[in-house]
Design a protein around this ligand. Structure first.
Ligand SMILES: *[C@@H]1O[C@H](CO)[C@@H](O)[C@H](O)[C@H]1NC(C)=O
Ligand SMILES: *[C@@H]1O[C@H](CO)[C@@H](O)[C@H](O)[C@H]1NC(C)=O
Ligand SMILES: *[C@@H]1O[C@H](CO)[C@@H](O)[C@H](O)[C@H]1NC(C)=O
Ligand SMILES: *[C@@H]1O[C@H](CO)[C@@H](O)[C@H](O)[C@H]1NC(C)=O
Ligand SMILES: *[C@@H]1O[C@H](CO)[C@@H](O)[C@H](O)[C@H]1NC(C)=O
Ligand SMILES: *[C@@H]1O[C@H](CO)[C@@H](O)[C@H](O)[C@H]1NC(C)=O
Length: 435
C-alpha cells in the first residue's frame, strides 16, 4: 500500500488517524485493538540560542508489522498550536521564545495498521526562567543593505532600571552564537551588528535573536526573524543634478549590494514656489529626467528606494536621500529687497559717520584753542576769579561753533555719498533727521 499512495494522501491519512485516535480515547476503544507502548525517557535540552530540543527513547515491544511513527506536538501557555509532526526520529527541535510555558508531548503510532491504538502521551514541561514581565518587549529588527542589522526593544514593565540587556544572535551556518557589541541608548534600547549572510544558496536562514541579562531575575526572550522580510535599503545618494534648457536630469547611486533589478525608486521634485509634483516611480534605472520645468525656479529633488517584492518580501522604503536644489531664482522680490536695503544701509552709514564726526570734533577741537588755553593758563588765576571755572568757560565758548560745523557737514556729506539713485536715498536720510 505504502508506495502506491502519494505522500500528501499518506499525511492526510496519518492526520486523520492521529485525530481519530485522540477523539476515541480513553474509553471508547474497540475491543481487540492493542494500545501501543509509549516512548520512554523523554527529556529536553537547550540547543543553539533559541532552540529547544526534545529527545526520547524508542517505544519497546512494537510488533514487526507496525510502521512506527512518533506523533508530537507543542503547547504554548497551555494552548495547542497547529504543529503536530510525525517522525521516525527520536528527537524534535524547534525555535521557541523562551518567555512562555512550553509543554511538549509525544506518543507512538502505527501507520498502515488499524489493529493498534496510539500510545498515551508522554509529556514534559519547560517553564520560563526569571520573573514575569521582565523580558524585553517590542523587539524590532531591520537588516540594512544586507550589511548590518539594528534591533530595538523596550525594557519589560517589571524589569528594574539597572537591567543591562544583552543581545546574542545566531543563524544556521554561523557556528557559535555571537554577542552584539555596539549598543544604542535612546528612546528604545538597541544594538547594531554587522550581518552578511552568504547568499550562495539564495535562501536565507532564520536569524535567532536572544535578549537577556546576566541576572537570573530577568527573563530571556527570543525572536526568530526571516531576514528577507526585514531588509531595508539605505538611502540612495544623488550624484548629479543638472538643468538643460527646460529639463532636469538627475542621477543617483544604487544603495547596498542589491541586484539592480531588485530595486524600485521614488523621485520627488518640489517646486520652491508652488505645489509639488507627485513623486515618480523609477524601476531599476538610477536616473530620471523631468521635462518642461520652469527655468526661473529653484527645484528641490530627493530620492528613496524600495526592494521589489519579487526579490525580498520586504516593503520598507529607505530613508530619503539628501535633498539637492537646482535652478536659478530670478525672482523680483530679491531685487525689491535689494533696492530697499541699499538706501537704508546708506542712511545708517550716514548716521554712524555723523556720530563719528561729532566725536572726532570733540577730540580735534580742543587743539584749536590751545594757544588761547596757554594764554589763559598764563593769566590763569585772574581770569578764573572773574569768569568762574575754566571748564565752563571752555564749554560756553566752544558749543555754538561745534554745532555749526556739524550741520554744515550734514549737508555736504549727504549729496556727496549719494550715488546714482537720488530719490531713494534722500527719503531715508530725511526720516532719520526727523527722528
Ligand atoms: C483494517 O483495514 C482493513 C483494510 O485495510 C480492513 O479490511 C479491516 O476490516 C480493518 N480492520 C479494522 C479492525 O478496522
Ligand atoms: C509584574 O509582576 C507582578 C508580580 O510579580 C505580576 O503580577 C505582573 O503580572 C507582572 N507584570 C507583567 C507585565 O507581567
Ligand atoms: C521597525 O523598525 C523599522 C525601521 O526603523 C520601521 O520602519 C518599522 O515600522 C518598525 N516596526 C515596528 C512594528 O515597530
Ligand atoms: C552591560 O553589559 C555590557 C555587555 O555585557 C557590558 O559591557 C557593560 O559593562 C554592562 N554595563 C553595566 C552597567 O553592567
Ligand atoms: C551600524 O553599523 C554600521 C557599520 O557597522 C554603520 O555603518 C551604521 O551607521 C551603524 N548605524 C547606527 C544607527 O549606529
Ligand atoms: C550575492 O551577492 C553578491 C554581492 O554581495 C552579488 O554580486 C551576487 O550576484 C549575489 N548572488 C546571488 C545569487 O544573489
Amino acid at each position: 500500500m505504502g508506495a502506491a499512495v502519494p505522500a500528501g494522501a499518506r499525511l492526510f491519512l496519518a492526520l486523520t488517524l492521529c485525530l481519530a485516535a485522540g477523539a476515541a480515547e480513553p474509553d471508547g476503544r474497540p475491543a481487540g485493538r492493542k494500545v501501543l507502548p509509549p516512548p520512554s525517557n523523554l527529556h529536553y535540552s537547550f540547543g543553539q540560542l533559541c532552540k529547544l530540543k526534545w529527545t526520547w527513547n524508542p517505544a519497546e515491544g512494537i510488533s514487526s508489522g507496525c510502521d512506527l511513527k512518533y506523533c508530537s506536538e507543542i503547547l504554548i501557555n497551555g494552548i495547542p498550536q497547529d504543529n503536530r509532526e510525525w517522525t521516525k526520529k527520536l528527537f524534535r527541535e524547534e525555535d521557541v521564545s523562551l518567555n512562555e510555558e512550553v509543554h511538549f508531548r509525544v506518543r507512538s503510532e502505527c501507520k498502515s495498521d488499524n489493529t493498534s491504538e496510539p500510545s498515551n502521551w508522554v509529556e514534559i514541561f519547560t517553564p520560563p526562567k526569571g520573573a514575569a514581565g521582565t523580558a524585553a518587549v517590542g523587539i524590532n529588527c531591520t537588516w540594512y543593505d544586507l550589511e548590518y542589522m539594528i534591533c530595538t526593544w523596550l525594557p519589560g514593565r517589571n524589569a528594574s532600571a539597572s537591567t543591562n540587556y544583552t543581545l546574542y544572535y545566531w543563524y544556521e551556518g554561523l557556528g557559535n552564537h555571537q554577542q552584539c557589541q555596539n549598543y544604542i541608548y535612546g528612546d528604545n534600547f538597541g544594538c547594531n551588528f554587522s550581518l552578511s549572510i552568504p547568499n550562495s544558496t539564495n535562501v536565507y536562514p532564520t536569524i535567532s535573536i536572544l535578549i537577556r541579562d546576566n541576572s537570573e531575575e530577568i527573563r530571556p526572550v527570543c525572536a526568530n526573524k526571516n531576514p528577507t522580510t526585514i531588509v531595508k535599503p539605505g538611502p540612495p545618494r544623488i550624484v548629479a543634478v543638472s538643468m538643460i534648457k527646460d529639463e532636469i536630469h538627475l542621477e543617483w547611486q544604487k544603495p547596498g549590494t542589491f541586484p539592480a533589478h531588485c530595486l524600485l525608486y521614488q523621485v520627488e521634485l518640489k517646486d520652491s514656489k508652488s505645489d509639488s509634483i507627485p513623486p515618480r516611480d523609477v524601476k531599476e534605472l538610477t536616473k530620471a529626467q523631468f521635462a518642461s520645468v520652469h527655468p526661473n525656479t529653484v527645484y528641490i529633488v530627493k530620492v528613496r528606494a524600495r526592494l521589489e517584492t519579487t526579490c525580498y518580501s520586504s516593503s520598507h522604503w529607505s530613508d530619503w536621500s539628501e535633498e539637492k536644489s537646482i535652478g536659478e531664482n530670478t525672482d523680483f522680490t530679491f531685487y525689491i529687497v535689494l533696492i530697499l536695503t541699499i538706501p537704508l544701509t546708506v542712511a545708517v552709514a550716514t548716521i554712524i559717520l555723523l556720530v563719528y564726526l561729532k566725536r572726532l570734533k570733540i577730540l580735534i577741537y580742543p587743539q584749536i584753542p590751545d594757544p588761547r588755553k596757554i594764554i589763559k593758563r598764563m593769566f590763569g588765576e585772574q581770569i578764573e576769579d572773574f569768569q568762574g571755572g575754566p571748564g565752563d568757560d571752555f564749554l560756553n565758548v566752544n558749543k555754538p561753533a561745534m554745532e555749526e560745523e556739524i550741520s554744515s557737514l550734514v549737508w555736504i556729506e549727504n549729496p556727496e555719498s549719494s550715488t546714482p539713485e537720488h530719490e531713494g536715498q534722500e527719503r531715508p536720510a530725511l526720516q532719520v533727521k526727523a527722528l
